[in-house]
Design a protein around this ligand. Structure first.
Ligand code: ATP
Length: 402
C-alpha cells in the first residue's frame, strides 16, 4: 500500500508514445540497439553522436549542481568490479591463469563504492560531517523483464549522493535533499504537473528506514520512479564495519563524540533522465509558416545536444558560405555548433527543431552589408537581428547553466 503525498492534476496535453521516441532516437542518432547487426541484446543500448552529447550534458549538469556548487559535497569515481564480499549480482572473472582466476561481480548499484571509499575521502579531503559524496557510474542488473526502451535496462547508469550526518540532524538533511532533488528535476522539465513525490508505505520501507520517497514522473508508462530519496540510517557503514573489521565510526573534532554517521541517499538514473527528458520535450505541432507539421524537442537549452546551428541562406553564394563557416568556427570553441547548408532554410530549421537545437543563426545578404545575422529561437520561432560580435555573449547567456 502506498500513499501519494502531493496530488497533481492529470495533464491535458497528450502523452508521447515511447515508439515515437525510439524512432527519433534511431533516425537522428541518439540511441541504437546494442549489437544490432547480430540481432541485438534485449535491455542493452548504445548512444549515438547526439545521444552522447545529451547524456554528457545531463551528467555534467548533475555534477555541477550537486558537487561543484555545494561546498560540503565531493565526488568520486569507483570501479565497476569489486571484491566478491561486496556484490551478489553479475559474475565475471579476473586473472589470466586458468584455475587461479578470481570470481568477481559487476555492481548492481553504484552506491557501494561510496561506502567503501568513505573513510579514504574523510582522511584525504578535509571534509567534516555533515558532508556528502557523489558518484555517477554504471550498474548492471539481470532484470527479468527489461523493456520500455531505456526505462529498464540490464546495463545502465546511476547517480547517487550519500550525505553523512549526525543522527540528531537526520530529519533536517533528509527534508533538505528531498526538496533539493525535486526542484532539480522540476527545473529541467516542461510538464511540471507530471512530477510528484510518492511516499513509501510501511510494507515497502527497509527495517532501518523511518521514511522514503520516490520522485515520480508521469508518462505513457504511468507514474514511475525517477529517483529515490532514502533514509539509510547507520545501516551501510555499520555493516561494512562489521564485515570488513575496519572501524568506520567518526569522531567529532570539537566535541570528541564518536558515532557511526547516518546517511541520506538520493539515487537516480542517467538513462531514465534521458528518456523522461525526451518524453517531456517531444512535441508535434502544425507549422504556421507551412503545410507540414514540425517535430520539436523542447529540451532545456542547458541540456540540448547542439546549442546553435549556423546556416548560410544559400549554398551557392560563396560570401555567405565563408561568413557562416567563420561564425561557426568561432562559436564551436564555446559550445556545440553545427554548420548546415543542405536543403532550403525551412527544412534546415525543422531538422534542428527535431533534435532540440535552441538557436539557429542565419547568414543572409544583409549580413554582408552590415555584419548582422538573424537568430531564430526554437520554441516560438521568433527572430532577432544581432551584430555578429554580440552573438557569443547572447548565446552563452542562454545556454550556460546558472
Ligand atoms: P525500479 O523500482 O524502477 O525497479 P529501483 O527501486 O530498483 O527501481 P534503485 O535501486 O533505487 O531503483 O535505483 C536508483 C535509480 O536507478 C532508479 O530511480 C532509476 O532511475 C534507476 N534504475 C534502476 N533500475 C534501472 C534499470 N534497470 N534501467 C534503468 N534505470 C534504472
Amino acid at each position: 500500500m502506498t500513499q501519494t503525498e502531493e496530488k497533481t492534476q492529470a495533464p491535458d496535453t497528450p502523452m508521447v508514445p515511447i515508439e515515437k521516441i525510439v524512432s527519433l532516437c534511431k533516425r537522428r542518432g541518439f540511441v541504437y540497439p546494442n549489437s544490432e547487426i547480430y540481432g541485438g541484446v534485449s535491455g542493452i543500448y548504445d548512444f549515438g553522436p547526439l545521444g552522447v552529447e545529451l547524456r554528457n550534458n545531463i551528467r555534467r549538469y548533475w555534477w555541477w549542481s550537486m558537487v561543484q556548487t555545494n561546498d560540503n559535497v565531493v565526488g568520486i569515481e569507483g570501479s565497476i568490479i569489486t571484491h566478491p564480499r561486496v556484490w551478489l549480482m553479475m559474475e565475471t572473472y579476473i586473472g589470466v591463469v586458468e584455475g587461479e582466476r578470481m570470481k568477481t561481480y559487476l555492481r548492481g548499484e553504484a552506491c557501494q563504492n561510496i561506502y567503501l571509499d568513505y573513510d579514504n575521502v574523510l582522511k584525504s579531503s578535509r571534509t567534516q560531517i555533515p558532508f556528502g559524496i557523489c558518484q555517477i557510474g554504471k550498474a548492471f542488473r539481470n532484470e527479468v523483464t527489461p523493456g520500455n526502451f531505456l526505462f529498464r535496462q540490464r546495463e545502465f547508469e546511476q547517480w547517487d549522493l550519500q550525505f553523512f550526518v549526525h543522527p540528531s540532524e537526520m530529519q533536517k538533511w533528509f527534508d533538505y535533499w528531498k526538496q533539493f532533488r525535486f526542484e532539480w528535476y522540476k527545473g529541467i522539465i516542461n510538464h511540471k504537473d507530471r512530477l510528484r513525490f510518492r511516499a513509501h508505505g510501511p510494507d515497502e520501507l527497509a527495517h532501518y528506514a523511518k521514511q522514503a520517497f520516490d520522485i515520480e514522473y508521469q508518462t505513457v508508462l504511468g507514474w514511475q520512479e525517477w529517483e529515490g530519496i532514502h533514509w539509510r540510517q547507520d545501516w551501510d557503514l555499520s555493516r561494512h564495519s562489521q564485515f570488513s573489521g575496519q572501524d568506520l565510526s567518526y569522531t567529532d573534532p570539537e566535541t570528541k563524540e564518536r558515532y557511526i554517521p547516518w546517511i541520506v541517499e538520493t539515487s537516480g538514473g542517467v538513462d531514465r533522465t534521458f528518456l523522461n527528458l525526451l518524453l517531456d520535450a517531444y512535441e508535434e505541432e502544425p507549422d504556421p509558416t507551412g503545410k507540414e507539421s514540425r517535430t520539436v524537442l523542447r529540451l532545456h537549452p542547458w541540456l540540448a545536444p547542439v546549442k546553435v546551428a549556423v546556416l548560410p541562406l544559400q549554398k551557392n553564394k560563396e560570401e555567405l558560405v565563408t561568413t557562416a563557416k567563420d561564425i561557426h568556427k568561432k562559436l564551436r570553441r564555446l559550445m556545440v555548433s553545427q554548420y548546415d547548408d543542405i536543403a532550403n532554410i525551412g527544412r534546415r530549421y525543422r531538422r534542428q527543431d527535431e533534435i532540440g537545437t535552441p538557436f539557429c543563426v542565419t547568414v543572409d545578404f544583409q549580413t554582408l552589408d552590415d555584419k548582422t545575422v538573424t537568430v531564430r529561437e526554437r520554441d516560438h520561432m521568433t527572430q532577432v537581428r544581432l551584430a555578429i560580435d554580440e552573438l557569443p555573449m547572447y548565446l552563452l547567456e542562454r545556454v550556460m547553466w546558472k
